[in-house]
Design a protein around this ligand. Sequence first.
Ligand code: FES
Ligand code: FE2
Length: 349
Amino acid sequence: MFVRNAWYIAAVEDELGTQPLARKILGEDIVLWRKSDGMPAAIEDRCCHRNLPLSLGRLEGDHIRCGYHGFLFDSKGVVIEIPGQSTIPEKAFVKTYPVVERWKWVWIWLGDAALADPAKIPNMFWADHPEWKFTKCMPVPLACNYHLVCDNVLDATHLTYVHPTTIGAMSLVEFDPVIKQTEESLRVERWILDRPPPPSYKKAGGFPGNVDRFACIEYWTPNVCVNYGNNYDAGCGGTDGDPSKSAHKVELVALSIPTPETETTCHYFFAFARTFGFDDPQVEEFFSRGMVTVFEEDFPILQAQQKRISAYPGATQVDTRNDVGVNRARRMLQRKLDMEQSETRAAAE
Ligand code: FES
Ligand SMILES: [Fe+2]
């Protein structure tokens, strides 16, 4: 079950070019491409003649031609040419989807098209802001439900065990999180004071001693996770500190925005933004490769979890006090799903 009235990332901007891109999203097979004016297009990836995936065809200008008997579809999914006949049946069309390119990603709407307002696309200003350097990564296919990724990001206590040699630190569970919640978003904040920097941050920031670390995760339903990781020289952070006095700093934002593919698979879109080391190749390397390596440490965990969840549906799970963020996010998601379904039922009556 997915929230449908939401913008999901369908592709990284560079994935759309002169070849059709096939992508399954929320269980639907979709073909995407870029038109000659640069705008993205997305229609059902199934020919209405004899069901060949249209992504196996070829692009002709703004249109896509089926690779079996040559039906030509426009970017709204309507057949505009059938080889060998001049009439086009009324039912010769496939589904079309609203798509918008923003923040270096292509966003798609699979719900009620009348509600597809681009103003509802999450604000990812870091992608275009001169004070931030943005590093976006290619999507990673994961064999797990998309929300396991959100759960993972929302629960920073796993860093100790999954990322001990990179961004983990034993001190995380010592500091209770502060939870802030609105109708659509949740923040799980922690100041970790006067502790050794995690290995990766020590390398990136060159910290000579302990750090004050702000670990904050923001979640927006149904699937956007923004992870703020700010590290300052010890004494400069905390609620009373002044980070501008810190001689060393690592301020970064990690965006985790998994798009559901099916109930048990997802496309993991992620990116990093930072305020330092714009022209430093070592820092760039850390963000384009080092942080990806950190994320890769989570993938086997998430996929192994999904295997057990699929094998033992409804099995008992126990909670700890550190699960409060994850559990609240899950409840927010469920509320949104329930609301959407009751609205859909009401509209059908
Ligand atoms: S299957 Fe597409 S034109 Fe025949
Ligand atoms: Fe992780």
